[in-house]
Design a protein around this ligand. Structure first.
Ligand SMILES: NC(=O)c1ccc[n+]([C@@H]2O[C@H](COP(=O)([O-])OP(=O)(O)OC[C@H]3O[C@@H](n4cnc5c(N)ncnc54)[C@H](O)[C@@H]3O)[C@@H](O)[C@H]2O)c1
Ligand SMILES: CC(C)C[C@H](N)C(=O)O
Length: 365
């Protein structure tokens, strides 16, 4: 990869490589854009096939957080970190504390939280060394695991997309196919079950499937079958790139609304969904509940206030659909437009020099 060429292409601000031989820490922090405020995004721990894959993932995810935070109306920029290693076998206290010291050295330009492969316990270790971490234990007056709140946001966003497709946002009697019933989707299934939805689920872990079958009366199908089942709504809640040339032609759902990041393999697939008349709730808009929740910690966490803010995912999905209809463009493009326009407006309005300017981190004091 021609690093600076890539950074210039998408206008990244900063990339930090963090190494600590004794603990085995190899991490990359990518800060994409801090126009709206400090860059907030989780830390992913993953066994990357190569260092180049890890760098690419950090960069791609950081840019995604710029869009997610902007579209959610947060005064936060976009960044993300990756730790190279096996989250089941390679973690240790010194690793996360060394990583916390690197975050501290950025003096608030980057704030971390959970992502795939990291937990509340890991955030607590990072917190030993820095204040620039969210999603830490409720014992510290913080928000804890973001997944249930992400699920609530996805549920709200799904209702907004359903309103467009079916003329009502009631999901009672609808069939929803859920791909992956992990941390987020388990809670999503609970909301859907309580509203009288028929659930079809799949997962590569049998125990996760069985729990949804037992608790919510879900019907189980094999992983490869989930795309083509008869359903009203397809909820991708596992991996990225699941909306691609192979899967899109088989999808029968009228709505796609799930928590997974980077659902479109590439932007062409967003066009294909538009041509098929499927209402696609853009991933980074519908799954913003987690980041909205952890961002509330920056002003002194209040669960009720955070949940109230997460309800706005409904309005944000409705707004994206409205822009898509007004401009006759796919919803993924409408979401990008919404985020980019907000950043451009704020960049302009915040371009004047102000001594000791006010920003979200100053509100903590
Ligand atoms: N946790 C959050 O707050 C949050 C916030 C925003 C976005 N997300 C995104 O939502 C998705 C789910 O996150 P999570 O925290 O629930 O993760 P998780 O690991 O708890 O759940 C994912 C589930 O998907 C299953 N899975 C993996 N590959 C599969 C396949 N091929 N077919 C079917 N199932 C498969 C896994 O076995 C697991 O049960 C991820 O893409 C994540 O990036 C999560
Ligand atoms: C800040 C975190 C809760 C971010 C979450 N991992 C996401 O992708 O939105």
């Amino acid at each position: 990869m021609e690093m600076f060429q890539y950074l210039e292409k998408y206008d990244y601000e900063q990339v930090v490589f963090c190494q600590d031989k004794q603990s085995g820490l190899k991490a990359i922090i990518a800060i994409h854009d801090t126009t709206l405020g400090p860059a907030l995004g989780g830390t992913r721990m993953w066994m990357y096939p190569s260092e180049e894959d890890a760098i690419e993932d950090a960069l791609r995810l950081a840019r995604g957080m710029t869009y997610k935070n902007a579209a959610a109306g947060l005064n936060l920029g976009g960044g993300k970190a990756v730790i190279i290693g096996n989250p089941h076998t390679d973690k240790n206290e010194a690793m996360f504390r060394a990583f916390g010291r690197y975050i501290q050295s950025l003096n608030g330009r980057y704030i971390t939280a959970e992502d795939v492969g990291t937990t509340v316990e890991d955030m607590d270790l990072i917190h030993e060394e820095t204040d620039y971490v969210t999603g830490i234990s409720p014992a510290f007056g913080s928000s804890g695991n973001p997944s249930p709140v992400t699920a609530y946001g996805v549920y709200r966003g799904m209702k907004a997309a359903a309103k467009e497709a079916f003329g009502t946002d009631s999901l009672a009697g609808k069939t929803v196919a859920v791909q992956g019933v992990g941390n987020v989707a388990y809670h999503l299934c609970r909301h859907l079950h309580e509203e009288g939805v028929r659930l079809i689920v799949t997962d590569i872990q049998q125990a996760a499937v069985q729990r949804a079958v037992n608790e919510f009366g879900a019907k189980a199908v094999k992983p490869a079958e989930i795309y083509s089942v008869d359903c009203d709504i397809y909820a991708p809640c596992a991996l990225g790139a699941v909306l691609n040339d192979e899967t899109i032609p088989t999808i029968k759902a009228k709505v796609i609304a799930g928590s997974a990041n980077n659902q479109l393999k590439n932007s062409l697939h967003g066009e294909q969904l538009h041509e098929k008349g499927i209402i696609y709730a853009p991933d980074y808009v519908i799954n913003a509940g987690g980041v909205i929740n952890v961002a509330d910690e920056l002003i002194g966490y209040n669960r009720d206030r955070a949940l109230k803010k997460v309800e706005s995912v409904y309005d944000n999905i409705a707004k994206v659909i409205e822009i898509a209809k007004r401009d006759n463009i796919p919803t993924y493009k409408a979401a990008n437009r919404m985020a980019e326009e907000r950043i451009a407006r704020m960049r302009y309005s915040r371009s004047q020099f102000v001594q000791n300017e006010k920003h979200i981190l100053n509100r903590r004091k």
